[in-house]
Design a protein around this ligand. Structure first.
Ligand code: NAX
Ligand code: ADP
Length: 286
């Protein structure tokens, strides 16, 4: 159906068989064709959040993944993810050079609310690449101290959505559709309102709902995995709304599969399940 700007359309359920797909890769594919994604985050105490996003992006097909994090997190990051180009950054200046080589930015997981994270966010806010803003990037956005650049996906959970709109979490949950639409309009960005029945709203009026997902997903780090996955699909050339819809469906459906094992799901368990689903849904080779 053709979309008109700001039209109020029905909510579309995300249905297997009607999802956006990544094109199969040609046999002579090389890493330079599938984007270079930079994850920025991981202040002291939250180093794992940025690692989860980087691992998720790597395992979802981004051509290259870099990670800018606290210097003291570099050895652990290299030990876990040698494929990821991890750089310790102490200040915003060190980030500027890195940005020249990057095609997509994922910022926020574990970024914190201290001056380190704020200065890195101010650099990203002035960058022109498509971006995913998550977690503490959204908390900074909510304070009004920084503006969202164009071409962004924002991924708030209900607590973050409440801060962004000056509501309570209960008010967000009471009318999630209205909130998802309000977020996409206010920030002129694709908004993923997370939680059971995640909603994806585009500023052009399109809204989708994901009916997949499992209560075993109620555990820390799952949002970091989603942010990396959205970024990886953007890096592979998918437009923001389509990338957000596919990422939410893959993430929630992987949650359904892993949920069959019950409580105790770790966020990193979801990553191989997402990889398998992505291959089933968008085979790498025809
Ligand atoms: N391994 C790590 O290093 C991790 C670090 N994390 C980081 O921890 C920091 C704090 O993030 P948090 O999200 O924990 O803290 P927040 O204070 O932003 O959010 C938690 C609160 O939001 C509300 N909320 C969230 N989801 C909800 C839902 N589905 N329904 C109703 N209410 C809901 C609840 O009130 C909840 O207590 C961030 O920097 C984040 O990136 C997290 O990503 C978890 C993993
Ligand atoms: N009960 C649930 N049903 C479906 N999805 C869920 C459920 N609980 C959590 N999730 C999903 O897990 C992710 C949690 O993200 P978030 O709250 O940002 O976690 P974190 O900040 O710890 O990474 C979201 O994508 C959310 O939709």
């Amino acid at each position: 159906m053709p979309q008109t700007k700001h039209a109020i359309t029905d909510v579309q359920p995300l249905l297997h068989g009607h999802l956006p797909q990544l094109a199969a890769r040609s046999p002579d594919a090389h890493k330079g064709r599938f984007g270079h994604l930079l994850v920025i985050g991981g202040d002291r105490g939250f180093g794992g959040a940025a690692l989860l996003s980087a691992e998720s992006a790597l395992r979802s097909g981004a051509g290259m993944v870099s990670l800018a994090t606290r210097l003291e997190h570099v050895p652990a990051a290299l030990a876990r993810l040698p494929e990821v180009m991890t750089v310790g950054v102490a200040s915003a200046n060190q980030l500027m050079g890195l940005l020249e080589k990057i095609s997509v930015i994922v910022i926020g997981p574990g970024l914190g609310d201290a001056s380190w994270g704020k200065s890195l966010l101010s650099v990203a806010a002035n960058a022109s690449q498509p971006q995913v803003w998550d977690a503490d990037a959204l908390n900074q956005l909510a304070t009004g101290s920084v503006s969202l650049p164009a071409n962004c996906v924002i991924t708030p959970h209900p607590g973050e959505a409440a801060r962004l709109l000056g509501l309570s979490t209960a008010e967000v949950q009471a009318d999630r559709l209205k909130v998802a639409r309000a977020l996409s309009q206010k920030f002129n960005a694709v908004a993923i309102l997370k939680g059971a029945g995640s909603l994806i709203a585009s500023p052009d009026g399109r809204v989708s709902r994901c009916d997949q997902g499992h209560p075993a997903m109620a555990t820390a780090g799952l949002g970091d995995v989603l942010a990396g996955l959205v970024g990886a699909l953007l890096a592979q050339g998918m437009p923001a709304y389509e990338a957000s819809c596919l990422a939410v469906w893959l993430h929630a459906t992987a949650g359904d599969r892993q949920g069959t094992f019950g409580r105790g799901l770790a966020a990193s368990d979801l990553i191989p399940a997402i990889r398998q689903l992505l291959e089933e849904q968008s085979p790498c080779l025809k």
